[in-house]
Design a protein around this ligand. Structure first.
Ligand code: PMP
Length: 412
């Protein structure tokens, strides 16, 4: 079954769309396994960004002239592309930000201003990225509210049975990572949302590591908010998204003030623009939005279902291979996990592993992956992470295994 999906996916053709992959690093073919940090871009995305700077650039929403009108049209079309990609009800529910981190900070500020009072509670999980911990912690500090944490077990499985005891009549929001950027665990967010619904609690989903790996339908999920970054979904850097249900976004106060987010300004009083512009102060990254639209079109044309099946086959293949390596500890072993593999070779510092792999042309990440509580859970101060994408291959996984053997020979 896994082999079938591997054969059915024309990865060679896909790789031709990503010119950066076709290069040598340290005189070896590049094996790019750092997709959790950022993904590479198909030519269509790079060409769009270049076309903007060469031929199409003009600030949006401001001019009556041709270039400005076209750029405005592209920007609003990009919003529509995002809407359709996650199946939001309407495009006013899509806010452009500079990335998942700024999306979460905006929500923590605005939701906090309106809905969090002293003594209120917010729930996150033990496997969050710092971007889904610190903004809520800062909010709790400002408002004298409390952050509660759903733990996970040593396989990386979220202990959902602990959720009911964490919920109280003071719980206002659950903000949860969909796919862990360290463990690869795909959390059962639908179940969490169903539980939250019964208690009238809002749910925010951090989809920074999921929206590029599996199809997401926000209406079917019924989440209140969902965030992701453009650069992790094969789009440009500096662009990100908040999806929010209209009923929430209408109630939330703006985060930043400035041009475009206003209706009328006087020294006595300012009124704010309608959705989604209320949350988009100043010159937005309209070129990033145009590039993001191309990335999402690329994913839709390739087929998220197909991508998901192929990546699941890569995951099965890699996990099987890793099990055969003595002294290799892989963190996160929950079935259906994404193609994200964090590991430590017994007795070898992650940094040393990363450096040897780099000499072989393999790009992995080492460190805490912006998830120090996950490191604390396992009592380690860092891990190596190989995070794959749909342009990666089983041959590259084999080569990583050879690399791990090489590290063991050098250090053990
Ligand atoms: N959440 C998760 C799960 C992530 O993996 C990341 C990026 N590593 C972020 C949030 C933050 O994304 P960005 O740095 O693009 O703002």
């Amino acid at each position: 079954m896994a082999a079938n999906h591997l054969n059915m996916f024309d990865v060679k053709k896909i790789r031709d769309d990503f010119p950066i992959l076709n290069q040598q690093v340290n005189k070896k073919p590049l094996v790019y396994f750092d997709n959790g940090a950022t993904t590479q871009k198909p030519s269509s995305v790079a060409n769009e960004v270049l076309a903007y700077y060469l031929n199409k650039n003009s600030n949006i929403h401001r001019g009556v002239h041709y270039l400005s009108a076209q750029a405005t049209l592209d920007y609003e079309n990009a919003r529509e592309t995002v809407r359709s990609f996650i199946n939001a009800k309407n495009s006013d529910e899509i806010i452009f930000t500079s990335g998942a981190t700024s999306s979460l900070n905006l929500l923590a500020f605005s939701f906090g201003e309106k809905f969090i009072s002293p003594g209120d509670e917010i729930i996150v999980t033990e496997m969050e990225h710092h971007a889904n911990i610190v903004p809520w912690q800062m909010l709790c500090g400002r408002k004298n509210a409390k952050l509660k944490v759903i733990p996970f077990d040593n396989n990386g499985l979220l202990l959902l049975e602990r959720l009911p005891e964490l919920i109280s009549e003071k719980t206002r929001l659950i903000s949860v990572i969909h796919t862990s950027n360290v463990l690869g665990t795909v959390n059962p967010i639908k179940e969490i949302i169903n539980t939250a619904r019964r208690h009238n609690i809002a749910v925010c989903v951090d989809a920074a590591q999921s929206v590029q790996h599996l199809p997401i339908d926000v209406q079917e999920l019924d989440c209140d908010f969902l965030v992701f970054s453009g650069h992790k979904v094969y789009g440009p850097t500096g662009i990100g998204v908040i999806y929010g249900k209209e009923k929430w976004l209408e109630q939330l106060p703006p985060w930043q003030g400035g041009g475009d987010m206003v209706d009328e300004v006087s020294f006595d009083k300012t009124t704010y623009n309608q959705l989604p512009f209320k949350f988009e102060a100043g010159t937005t990254n309209y070129i990033g939005a145009a590039g993001l639209a191309k990335a999402l079109e690329y994913l839709s044309n390739t087929g998220l279902d197909k991508i998901h099946r192929y990546e699941q086959s890569l995951t099965e293949y890699a996990m099987k291979k890793f099990k055969e390596i003595d002294g290799l500890n892989v963190f996160g072993n929950v079935s259906g996990k994404a193609c994200i593999f964090s590991f430590i070779i017994d007795g070898v510092h992650p940094l040393d592993t990363g450096m040897v792999l780099d000499k072989m042309g393999i790009a992995v990440r080492t460190g805490t992956h912006c998830a120090q509580p996950v490191m604390q859970h396992f009592g380690v101060d860092g891990m190596v992470r190989a995070s794959l994408a749909f342009y990666n291959t089983t041959e590259e996984i084999d080569y990583l295994c050879q690399g791990i053997d090489q590290v063991k020979k050098m250090f053990l």
